[in-house]
Ligand binder design. Structure first.
Ligand code: SF4
Ligand code: SF4
Ligand code: SF4
Length: 263
């Protein structure tokens, strides 16, 4: 019996989610037996173009990305957004608030055109930036997405579970309730009581509330739940003597694209 063909693609990303997939496949070899991976730049050289399931990591940040995403969508029966960059726009979208030149100066400073003298003769940075879009976007801004794997990086066990559900033909489900639920199960002292700002009341659970468990507040890498209780969030902030601005500056780490859409 032929196995479903799967491909992995990377767009603007750090490739940490793909590395998490490689890691997961070592502890879940049954997934490797169940599918045929035809393209996965992080792990193999072959580049098969015949696939049914496409996992897409990274945000859409260049003009050529839109065309490439459209081609993937046309080929794949199922497209999964792999990680916060693909799902939300993520960290890449922080640059949407600034002109591209300001971002380049911030990152490269006076070395903005460093590659002009690069020994391998690569094009100057300014030439390469011609293809860059002013806005980094989640892939859902360009194509229809059938499932998400949230997080920065994705959660290993969630990847295994969602992949199994896809192979069984069921719609994968990721938690759509607040992170605070998991945090309470861990019996953590709420970070608001320690004067910290935490996005837990409005962010999607599923990571086991790992950041608050280690004393760091949630920055929202799994994205907002579909029905956040903003009234309740505001009461929590008011009790802690904080304002919505305190929350928004934290939300901008992964949620700049969503915030700018609301402005
Ligand atoms: S979501 Fe995080 S870990 Fe995954 S590719 Fe983006 S930056 Fe890297
Ligand atoms: S620390 Fe954060 S996640 Fe935990 S209960 Fe408080 S607000 Fe919720
Ligand atoms: S606690 Fe928040 S920031 Fe940390 S992994 Fe979970 S969703 Fe992401």
């Amino acid at each position: 019996m032929s196995r479903p063909k799967v491909a992995f693609f990377d767009f603007t990303s750090c490739e940490g989610c793909q590395l998490t997939v490689v890691d997961t496949l070592q502890t879940h070899p049954e997934l490797l037996d169940a599918v045929e991976i035809v393209q996965f730049r992080e792990a193999m050289t072959e580049k098969g173009e015949d696939y049914q399931i496409a996992f897409v990591e990274g945000s859409c940040a260049r003009k050529s990305d839109e065309e490439r995403l459209a081609r993937i969508r046309q080929q794949a029966q199922i497209v999964v957004a792999l990680g916060a960059c693909a799902h939300l726009g993520g960290i890449n979208a922080i640059r949407n608030r600034l002109p591209l030149e300001a971002v380049v100066n911030c990152v490269y400073n006076e070395n903005g055109d460093w590659s002009e003298t690069h020994p391998y003769g690569r094009p100057r940075l300014s030439d390469r930036l011609i293809n860059v879009e002013p806005t980094a976007k989640p892939i859902e801004a360009i194509i229809t997405v059938d499932a998400i794997l949230p997080g920065c990086p994705i959660d290993r066990e969630e990847f295994a579970r969602v992949t199994r559900q896809l192979l069984q033909g069921s719609q994968p489900r990721v938690p759509d309730y607040p992170l605070c639920v998991e945090c309470k199960f861990k019996e953590n002292v709420c970070l608001f009581q320690r004067g910290q700002v935490c996005l837990g009341p409005v962010i999607r659970a599923g990571c086991g509330a790992i950041c608050p468990t280690y004393g760091e507040s949630c920055e929202g890498c799994r994205g907002p739940i579909s029905n956040p209780n903003m009234d309740s969030m505001q009461s929590v902030l008011a009790e802690a003597g904080l304002t919505a601005d305190d929350l928004l500056s934290r939300f901008s780490m992964f949620g700049t694209y969503q915030m700018m859409k609301l402005e």
